[in-house]
Design a binder for this molecule. Structure first.
Ligand code: NAD
Length: 497
């Protein structure tokens, strides 16, 4: 059985803690590899290697750091096909979707190629007599990223691209469910000319995470995953005095006003609700048609489209989505469907019975569609994270706005309308971090920043864009005087005259 260790000091390292986790092929349900789960010592060793390498990397001028990013971007493009195949084999998303995962990460590397410009400081000439003042951004040192299973290329690259370009050493603790792409990124960073120890991968579970959170030489932690773990990471980092950004779960609403283009809405809901088997933090999981007439028309159009979804092995170019990540997760989604029925929602399409000849062991689930979901249902309050779309009818636009705003999660939200004023009012008032106007998955591009509100994100700064640069650097401000004479002692707080 293939074993996946760690990537430390520029080379693959065998796991020494003696604990392993199964890595499945979700398409067949078979175990395809064992990934090592690191202990405290392995984390400590990676941190020591990172700390030793980081000083030299921070002293490397920004344009040289940018050149490594340019080379790395070219390698990601060269390896797009092989990376997508590797990603798909462990995650289960289609090859085309896997390429999108890599592409969105690659775009953060493109952003990081501009680091000489992004790191330029501020300068005030003549802040006082003979006094100049300047601020600069310096790297934090060794930083860590803890990432989820659902974007094994994009999310490590969100973090690593900006952290490394800013002059930090970055340690990635990927999901133990699909660790191979981050390991491969380590090899590609090395090939791009990144010094050993600046990008490392430590595989593991909670033990490795706790070692990262407690290590005094790790200065910042970036986390993306479920909200309960995000909250834990946020609290532990605060206890240990670390900078932290911790992105959590989601329940993204699409509000459909009566004047919306229903053809576009149906296409968008099918793609954003069921793409990647609904395992996206920016999936649309709740559709809120405004008025019963719109709801009736929408459900009538969605039903045959959900029934016709093509689910199958992710290597088949004709499927819409592949298997879920694990049997346990598929069973959890099934239980939430049962719960929705028990709570009184109307199950318009039931995807639970799906199975394929030759792939009986795979973690597949057909698309499900609920109508007449209500706010007090637990199946509405919780993130299901599967191919399930819930329709919740609203009498007016204001109710739709209130529903999305009152939900515990506030990651993404969308409004469908032709009315510019209604869209503007909605975007201004809705309580969510990322808003789409006739756009179903409003994931900001690399030079903007990604982040939700409420229980979708703990901490102050978003991922990538200038927010990422701010997260991975600390500001130092210098006040300099080159006096022509000795002056005199001043006993009051200096005021620029
Ligand atoms: P998860 O929380 O189970 O795992 C995320 C990471 O935390 C993994 O590296 C895992 O090893 C580690 N981990 C898991 N349990 C832990 C524990 N008890 N203590 C310490 N570490 C632990 O999340 P997942 O299932 O891999 O990913 C799906 C979740 O991520 C969904 O909730 C999804 O909405 C969320 N997500 C959010 C965003 C966002 O930007 N807001 C993006 C992608 C995914």
């Amino acid at each position: 059985m293939r074993q996946i260790g760690h990537f430390v000091g520029g080379a693959a390292a065998t796991g020494k803690a003696g604990r392993f986790s199964d890595v499945f092929d979700p398409a067949t349900g078979k175990v395809q590899a064992k990934v090592a789960l690191a202990g405290d010592d392995e984390v400590a060793q990676a941190v020591a290697v990172a700390a030793a390498a980081q000083t030299g990397w921070a002293a490397t001028n920004p344009q040289r750091r940018a050149r490594v990013m340019f080379a790395f971007k070219a390698l990601l493009e060269r390896e797009m096909d092989s990376l997508a195949a590797l990603l798909s084999s462990e995650h289960g998303k289609t090859i085309a979707d896997a390429k999108g995962d890599i592409q969105r990460g690659l775009e953060v590397i493109e952003f990081a190629c501009g680091i000489p410009h992004l790191l330029k400081g501020e300068f005030t000439e003549g802040a006082g007599p003979g006094i100049d003042m300047y601020s600069m951004r310096q790297p934090l040192g060794v930083v860590a990223g803890i990432t989820p299973f659902n974007f094994p290329a994009m999310i490590p690259l969100w973090m690593a691209g900006v952290a490394i370009a800013c002059g930090n050493a970055f340690i990635c603790k990927p999901s133990e469910k699909d660790p191979s792409v981050p390991m491969r990124l380590g090899e590609l960073f090395k090939e791009a000319g990144l010094p050993d120890g600046i990008f490392q991968v430590i595989n593991g579970d909670r033990i490795a995470v706790d070692a990262i959170l407690a290590h005094p030489d790790i200065k910042a932690v970036s986390f993306v995953g479920s909200s309960s773990v995000a909250e834990y990471i946020y609290a532990r980092c605060a206890t240990h005095g670390k900078r932290v950004q911790a992105m959590g779960g989601a329940k993204n609403h699409a509000i459909i006003l009566p004047d919306a283009d229903l053809d576009q809405v149906v296409n968008d809901l099918i793609g954003a609700g069921y793409g990647s088997a609904g395992e996206r933090c920016m999936a649309i999981s709740v559709a809120v048609p405004v008025t019963d007439a719109v709801a009736d028309a929408l459900v009538a159009r969605l039903k045959p489209r959900v029934e016709a979804l093509r689910v199958g092995p992710p290597t088949d170019p004709d499927v819409d989505y592949g298997p879920l990540i694990s049997a346990a997760h598929r069973d959890s989604v099934k239980q939430w469907i049962a719960r929705g029925v028990a709570e009184g929602a109307e199950l318009v399409v039931d995807g639970r019975a799906l199975s394929f000849q030759g792939y009986e062991g795979g973690f597949y689930l057909g698309g499900s569609l609920f109508d007449r979901v209500t706010p007090e249902m637990e199946s509405y309050r919780t993130e299901i994270f599967g191919p399930v779309l819930q329709v919740m009818r609203a009498p007016d636009a204001e109710t739709g706005l209130s529903l999305a705003s009152a939900h515990q999660y506030g990651n993404g939200v969308a409004i469908y309308t032709r009315d510019g004023g209604a869209a503007r009012n909605f975007a201004s008032r809705v309580q969510a971090g990322m808003v789409g106007i006739n756009v179903p998955i409003p994931v900001p591009l690399a030079y903007h920043s990604f982040g939700g509100w409420k229980r979708s994100a703990f901490g102050d700064t978003n991922q990538h864009g200038m927010e990422g640069v701010r997260f991975y650097t600390k500001v130092k401000t210098v006040t300099a005087r080159w006096p022509e004479g000795a002056g005199s002692a001043e006993f009051v707080i200096p005021v620029m005259k």
